[in-house]
Each structure stands twice: as C-alpha cells, then as structure tokens.
Write a protein that binds this ligand. Sequence first.
Ligand code: A3P
Length: 304
Amino acid sequence: MSLEEMKGLHLQGEYIKPETKEVNGILMTKIVSDKWDKIWNFQAKPDDLLIATYVKSGTTWTQEIVDMIQNDGDVQKCQRANTFERHPFIEWTLPPPFSSGLDLAQKMPSPRTLKTHLPVQLVPPSFWKENVKIIYVARNAKDCLVSYYHFSKMLKMLPDPGTWEEYVETFKAGKVVWGAWYDHVKGWWGVKDQHRILYLFYEDMKEDPKREIQKILKFLEKDITEEVLNKIIYHTSFDVMKQNPMANYTTLPPSIMDHSISPFMRKGMPGDWKNYFTVAQNEEFDKDYQKKMAGSTLTFRTEI
Ligand code: A3P
C-alpha cells in the first residue's frame, strides 16, 4: 500500500487515522493484522538477536548500544543506515520507498539483530524453536504512557490518542496498539528464566549505563576495552543520540513522523510523568495498577 493510498483511506482532518484490527485479542494496526500469517511464520535463525520491548521503553537506545557493541565502538559503521534499516522491525511496514521489516530481515545477511514490540504470546514460534537470544527492556508504566501519548500524535501511523484525559483511560484499558503495558511486561517477565532472555529496565540504564551495558556485553559474550565501553556510553547518551540522524528518526518525512509535534528524542528522563498526571489521575492510576500487577514479583521505579 502506498503512502498516498494510506492517506486516501485514512486521512481525516490533520490525521491519517489508521484502522486497527485485533490479532488474538491484541490491538494492532490493520496493516500488521492483515499480514499476520506472514509475521507468525517468520523464520528466525539461531544466530539472530531479538530486541523486544513494549512501545516507548528505550528500544532505539538499546538498538544503538547493541549496534555499537557489535561494531566494536565504530561510530561510522553505526551510521551506515537508519536504526529501522539496521535492525528490521519484524511486524512493521512503513510506506514505500521503505521496505517492510519482514522484507528487510529476509534480505539481511546473518547475524541479524531484529526488533519487535510484540507481546510474548505473539512472538513467532521460530524464535523459541531456534533458541534465539532476546534482550527485553521494560520501562515504568507512567513514563511509557506519557511517551506513548506524544508518540501517537507525531507518528501518523498510530491512532490519534485523543485528549490527555482520554488517553490515560485508553492506556489503562490496554486499548492501545500492541496491547496492554501490564500484560506485556508481566508476560515477558514470566518466561525470562525459561529462555535466553536478558530482562533490563530503562530506569537502570539511565541510572548506570555502564553497569547495564556490561550486562549486555556478558549476555552477548563480547569483550571490549574500557576505552570502547566509554565511547559506547557517550555515543548512546540521550544528548548525542538526539543529534544523530541515523538514530533519531528525523530522516522519515513529516507525513510519517512529525517531529514538530513532538520530537522522537523527546525527554529521555524517568519521572517526566509528574509533569502530566494530576494528583487525582495519579491516585486512580496507582489504584488500578495495584490490581493489574497484583501477585507479580515485577517491580518498577517511577523515578531515579
Ligand atoms: P521519551 O518520550 O520519554 O523522551 P523507543 O525507542 O522504545 O520508542 O523509546 C523512546 C523513548 O526512549 C523516548 O522517551 C526517547 O526520548 C527515549 N530515548 C531514546 N534514546 C534515549 C537515550 N539514549 N537515553 C535515554 N532515553 C532515550
């Protein structure tokens, strides 16, 4: 489907309103649902690496760290292409001239690093069969919500989030694309010890990037010098990545991502939710959160 066709089908006022359609009870954009069979039958390879996250949890940051590790800290090599071309996003399709994640992945020589936002039960079975290594990054719900709210406005391929008040309820109800945050983080937490999964937290990465990058190095069985490690920390810091066109999504046209509405590299800080939630919204959110997360050993920090 061309961008023009997409626009023709969905343009309403200022927004392209992409249709949504569930896959096994999880809300997805129709473009994803319509090719679900192909996604489900994706052939993973044993030497793939999968970076899996709920939306807005630090995916791009982790991708940059991993790419820097795989390229021994060579910044130029990491600028060979956009993030979304270096690491195919398996379930996603951008309008032409961009290739779909599936096509990119199929053409890419091994070893491949792939990206997904799929909840654990929707991960194509070949990833488990091939025992693929997976890095999962989780971020606290309130900051995810704030980030996803802004992202839904600027990425024209997502449904319009409505007002802030409306969006808080939509997020709590899990009626967002890729499904409920609560089920996503708990689902992946539940399987992390049964597979080769490194489960990381955005807040930990922000607090001590060196410590968390070292966890990734160990998981990838990679050794690097202290000098390269420091280079990776610098190159993947928020301020440096914000200026890096190969990592900040500014090469996409505004018809897909409109950075004038909200930049992709927005705040990059835990605790920004405090600038948005009212006291009452926060209390309601916490009450609902306790219910949804009851019985789980998974805990988050909402500030550092
Ligand atoms: P904010 O909107 O809160 O700023 P994803 O890549 O999963 O879509 O996540 C995007 C979020 O991660 C955005 O959060 C973005 O600013 C933040 N982010 C991207 N790179 C980062 C970095 N190097 N350090 C900290 N946060 C980063």
